[in-house]
Design a protein around this ligand. Sequence first.
Ligand SMILES: C[S@@+](CC[C@H](N)C(=O)[O-])C[C@H]1O[C@@H](n2cnc3c(N)ncnc32)[C@H](O)[C@@H]1O
Length: 294
Amino acid sequence: MTEADFNFLRLLLHLRSGLSLSPEKRYLAESRLGILCRRRGIDGLATLVQMLRPGTDAALENAVIEAMTTNETLFFRDQTPFELFRNVILPERLALNAATRSLRIWCAAVSTGQEAYSVAMILDEMAPRLAGWKVQIVGTDISGEVLERARDGIYSQFEIQRGLPIQMLLKHFQQNGDKWQVSERLRAMVELKRHNLLEPSGHLGQFDVIFCRNVLIYFDLPTKAKAFEAIAPRLAPQGAVLLGAAETVVGISTVIVPDRQHRGIFRSRDCIQAQPAAISLPVEPVRAAGGSRF
Ligand SMILES: C[S@@+](CC[C@H](N)C(=O)[O-])C[C@H]1O[C@@H](n2cnc3c(N)ncnc32)[C@H](O)[C@@H]1O
């Protein structure tokens, strides 16, 4: 691939999806887009770029973006965010949303669905507490291909073995040959939609919890900041954001900030500012004039 063609593809990917492709990733582009060309009967990368240059073939642009995304995921990936979700965030939301009895969770780069189904399995454990509640898990991704796989909820033995506890496998999956399918009940809890994190997301509504994990690592700093700005308005008051194990907002975002009390949870800045300051007891006991004795 020529330097000019590679630079064109880098720009296209960056503008349309936020993905930042460093010059060292040229081999990756050549290999992944080479496969795309062969599948579509395009006679090489130069022709592919020529077809993309007018900017009129949105379907082909999407195919290029899909080919260049990394969709690696697994059930209960990194564990800690799911423990925070189960032990800190859910009890908090059960109290905060007691009046509305509704709970909305967004998996903002859901890939093939394991993250959303992990959330669904945790919520299923809490079914007695959530009786009568309206619970919604929305999984979105820029790639239509992975969303199709997430919708089917069919996983290989290898995918099942990665992170899924055996009791959960037995409870929520049906075996079909060498594949396993998520139960219809869990699939019905998850709504899957195509959405680009850099585009306005008002139509998705507000969420109590947003999982935005292992996607911003592929973006450069200004694009990460832009993505945080796009998701911040989607957070319900005192809502929580969970990021990937290696991800942070520190030095990147001023709208989403770390929760001072719970490492690994992030909140909207406005919600942190609205938190009452910690009450510190005065050193000397204060006597109220004419007050009663205790
Ligand atoms: C590595 S997977 C992460 C999956 C899951 N969140 C996890 O942590 O296991 C990254 C996903 O982000 C998606 N993605 C990349 N750019 C995106 C964008 N601009 N908007 C939405 N999704 C995007 C990719 O298609 C891919 O499925």
